[in-house]
Ligand binder design. Structure first.
Ligand code: CA2
Length: 184
């Protein structure tokens, strides 16, 4: 089968080359030419520290430490490193979003948990990000109570992943890596 051409190079091969270059360089160019780090921030909102210890029928049996391991292993495949954090405090999450921006993180993955439906302050912080923001939910929020189905965060997200369990974090990292290398 012939691969579609993109600038004289088969598109798929060009994407693979871009990813390898990204890993070699340890940094990427942002859309407006500034240097970006090869770090992505993975932020987790309130109560996600309880993952794997309560309500396994809803959230599964994996712990947040398992999620962190999965994120690090996935990011490594793309030459990215991970700053993985969880907080029960809205202001702390906002500080971390601002830190991700100041340190020119290559992207930000956020499971806002209970702040999804309430926090205009987190939304405002996300709007300042130049790097792509990906919203992740472990569960399919659209199949749950109606109050979980509206997300302020989605207004600032380049993509939203929900319902894949913790695998959603790995999908988010892989999607983010494609977004970044597509720019490079
Ligand atoms: O599905 C998700 O990832 C959620 O963001 C999880 C939030 C919930 O408020 C959102 O509607 C959907 C809840 C996070 C709390 O996590 C717990 C995990 C285990 C036990 C208790 C809470």
């Amino acid at each position: 089968m012939r691969l579609p051409l993109y600038g004289g190079v088969p598109y798929k091969r060009k994407r693979i080359r871009a990813r390898r270059a990204l890993a070699r360089a340890g940094a990427v160019e942002s859309r407006c030419g500034g240097r970006m780090s090869n770090t992505i921030f993975v932020l987790n909102g309130p109560n996600l520290n309880l993952l794997g210890t309560r309500e396994p029928e809803i959230y599964g049996r994996s712990t947040l430490a398992d999620v962190e391991k999965l994120c690090r292993a996935t990011a490594q495949r793309f030459g990215l490193t991970v700053e993985f954090r969880q907080s029960n405090h809205e202001g702390e999450i906002i500080d971390w979003i601002q830190q991700a921006r100041a340190e020119k993180a290559a992207g930000l993955i956020l499971n806002p948990a209970g702040f999804t439906t309430t926090s205009i302050a987190i939304l405002d912080a996300l709007f300042t990000m130049e790097a792509p923001v990906i919203e992740v939910h472990i569960t399919n929020i659209h199949k749950r109570e109606s109050f979980r189905q509206h997300s302020y965060v989605s207004l600032a997200a380049r993509a939203v992943i929900c319902g894949f369990g913790i695998e959603g974090y790995a999908l988010a990292i892989s999607g983010l890596a494609s977004m970044i290398s597509a720019k490079g």
